[in-house]
Design a protein around this ligand. Structure first.
Ligand code: ADP
Length: 622
């Protein structure tokens, strides 16, 4: 079954044919064409696109159009395997070489490669410049190398990998081949470093737009992380979500808590056995798990495109991390939610970690100062009440064009200020004054809550007028409010081992009524609003049919031993549940259905759609 021919808007008409045949897409995304042309013209390039921007197609299309074999260097075996599986499902010939492969598989892959049967060969960086691979490569002319996750070559990136350093020699061994670096890391320093390390020659620099309009950002005061996470996940039942935590222990206790609440959850961190880590990743990819509570270690290689929610149970240590981690949501372009539970205590925790790491051998005054600066930027975004899309875009050096993004808690007017912020602040500050500015946050909360502890009695703080002054506010909210004051510079926290709270000029101005204070109300249930994006992506989609198709996808993926998203992504399933195609021809018109997939798995999807429509008396081919 072939589609109707159409005129190609692209310089090279074979691009559109390739795009439709293998992937069933009808148009390229911004910058994809330029990136593809650079590879076809053998001009070195550096392509910076946000996660989900569609970098892979940029290096997958050129060898298919140019009828040649290109090499892709990728940092993780799991990432390579998933890509090769995905490509094969599309009928695109690709193979991979990495350490730990059985000898017969290596032989077979090498033979296929030499016979010119692949369009792409994925190679692990440590394997690339070995005598064995160089001998192999000599026998076949290699025109282009694509370097995926190219920031791994840079010390300044957040994911430096020593084995990537050797790629600096690529130009020496393959002087005629062009090099094409791909990354989602946006800072200038990393970009420059990549170009220098790889010795790119007059590279074409293509930088995409960093804003992700399909993500809704929310940054809310944390006052009970578990209850809040549960509340957020209720909005995403049976959907994929990641909960980022700072420590390994936090991931374990969060996952147990979620399991106890009947959520299919697991934890993930670098301290786990490799086997167990892989199992968790695979279960997440195959949709056996919905939620992973993880440290930053859960990252690259998580290619599940239907992650509908990313929660940060605490603030990450840099905006780069935040962007990277939230970037794992909604890679299929559909709506997704990113919630950060923020407390000023997070910044303090990171700060003390930086101080502790400062004593390590490889820490320099510059690197410590840089870490503090990164942290400070993140803190400013969290503590301010400004459009999140705008702030993130600006951080990455791009102006944000809209006055209202309609996709963040601030622009959706969800952030509720405390009605009596100034009075609340005065109560807390006067308590700090009454205890002589000699106690930490926990004790201040005890006194305000009217606690009857040994310490409160020992110091006679039960006799103070501020004892029990805020007994109607729960302790978790109280703690959050104290930290909001610190964050707003209205209260000082000392640097000692047991930090104490002290007043400053700003606090005194508040106490004297010379300054008003705005505080955000901490609560578990935030009244979230539906965004226009959300409504649009579900427009005319039959949700029951969508769920049925998801189930079918899972079943077929299990049978074929591939991750579910490799078959069709959610955007394709929603399109099916909207159009309800009744014939192979109309199924092929759905975005994301290529010829091979139509032949392999088109029939069960058509049957499922037709059965569903008959049962519900729904019209088909709408
Ligand atoms: P990145 O590597 O930049 O994070 P991917 O290459 O994984 O992004 O692409 C993200 C998703 O977008 C994939 O599901 C991919 O199939 C899809 N995609 C890429 N290009 C297009 C396009 N031109 N039209 C429709 N979908 C696309």
């Amino acid at each position: 079954m072939k589609r109707e021919p159409s005129t190609s808007p692209y310089e090279n008409s074979a691009i559109l044919d390739t795009l439709r045949r293998y992937w069933g897409y009808n148009e390229l995304r911004p910058l994809q064409e330029q990136a593809i042309q650079a590879e076809l013209n053998h001009r070195d390039s550096l392509v910076v696109m946000p996660t989900g921007g569609g970098k892979s197609l940029c290096y997958q299309i050129p060898p298919a159009v140019g009828k040649r074999t290109d090499i892709v260097i990728s940092p993780l075996i799991s990432l390579m395997k998933d890509q090769v599986d995905g490509l094969r499902e599309c009928g695109y010939p690709a193979g991979a070489l990495y350490s730990g492969m059985p000898a017969h598989a290596i032989q077979e892959t090498e033979a296929q490669f030499l016979a010119g049967r692949y369009q792409l060969l994925f190679v692990a960086p440590e394997r690339l410049l070995t005598p064995q691979f160089l001998r192999l490569a000599e026998k076949i002319k290699i025109d282009a190398f694509a370097i995926d996750e190219a920031h791994c070559i840079s010390h300044w990136g957040h994911d430096f990998r020593p084995e990537y350093r050797r790629l600096a020699e690529l130009k020496k061994y393959f002087p005629k081949a062009s090099l094409h670096a791909y990354t989602a890391t946006a800072t200038d320093r990393v970009r420059l470093d990549i170009a220098e390390q790889l010795k790119l020659r007059n590279p074409e620099l293509l930088v995409g737009i960093f804003d992700r309009p399909n993500l809704v950002y929310r940054i809310v005061p944390r006052y009970d992380a578990r209850a809040q996470v549960l509340e957020i996940l209720k909005r995403h039942q049976n959907q994929a979500a990641i909960v980022y935590c700072i420590s390994r222990n936090d991931t374990e206790s969060m996952a147990s808590f979620l399991q106890a609440n009947r959520i299919r959850a697991a934890h993930y961190h670098a301290g786990m056995e490799a086997d167990q880590r892989r199992r968790t990743q695979e279960e997440f990819a195959s949709e056996a798990l919905d939620v992973v509570a993880a440290t930053v270690a859960f990252g690259m290689g998580i290619d599940r495109s239907d992650v509908r929610c990313v929660i940060h149970a605490a603030m990450p240590k840099s905006v780069e991390h935040y962007q990277q981690e939230t970037g794992r949501a909604g890679r299929d372009g559909l709506e997704a939610e990113c919630v950060l539970l923020y407390s000023a205590a997070d910044a303090m925790r990171w700060d003390s970690l930086i101080t502790r790491n400062a004593n390590q051998a490889d820490a320099t005054p510059e690197s410590i100062a840089a870490s503090r600066q990164l942290l400070d930027h993140m803190r400013q975004i969290c503590s301010g009440v400004h459009c999140r899309h705008k702030k993130l875009s600006e951080y990455f050096g791009q102006a944000y064009p809209k006055a209202n993004c309609e996709a963040c808690d601030v622009c959706l007017s969800e952030v509720e200020g405390l009605a009596d912020g100034t009075v609340t602040a005065q109560k807390i500050l006067s308590c700090v004054a009454r205890v002589g500015e000699r106690f930490g946050a926990a004790h201040i909360v005890d006194v305000l809550a009217g606690a009857d502890t040994e310490r409160v009695r020992r110091w006679g703080h039960d006799k103070l007028s501020t004892h029990g002054l805020m007994k109607d506010t729960d302790r978790k909210s109280l703690t959050n409010l104290v930290y909001q004051l610190i964050d707003n510079g209205l209260l000082e926290r000392s640097d000692e081992e047991y930090p104490v709270l002290r007043l400053n000029d700003a606090s005194r101005a508040v106490l004297k009524g010379q300054r008003t204070v705005q505080l955000v109300e901490p609560k578990t249930k935030v009244k979230v609003k539906k965004t226009r994006f959300d409504e649009k992506s579900w427009e005319n989609v039959d949700e029951g049919l969508f769920e049925a198709l998801r189930g079918l996808r899972r079943k077929l993926a299990d049978q074929r031993g591939v991750p579910a998203y490799v078959l069709f992504n959610d955007a394709t399933l929603r399109d099916m549940a909207k159009v309800r195609p009744g014939s192979p021809g109309s199924l092929l018109n759905i975005k994301g259905v290529g010829e091979k997939k139509l032949a392999d798995i088109g029939q069960p999807f058509l049957e499922a759609i037709s059965n569903y429509c008959r049962e519900k008396r729904l019209e088909m081919d709408t």
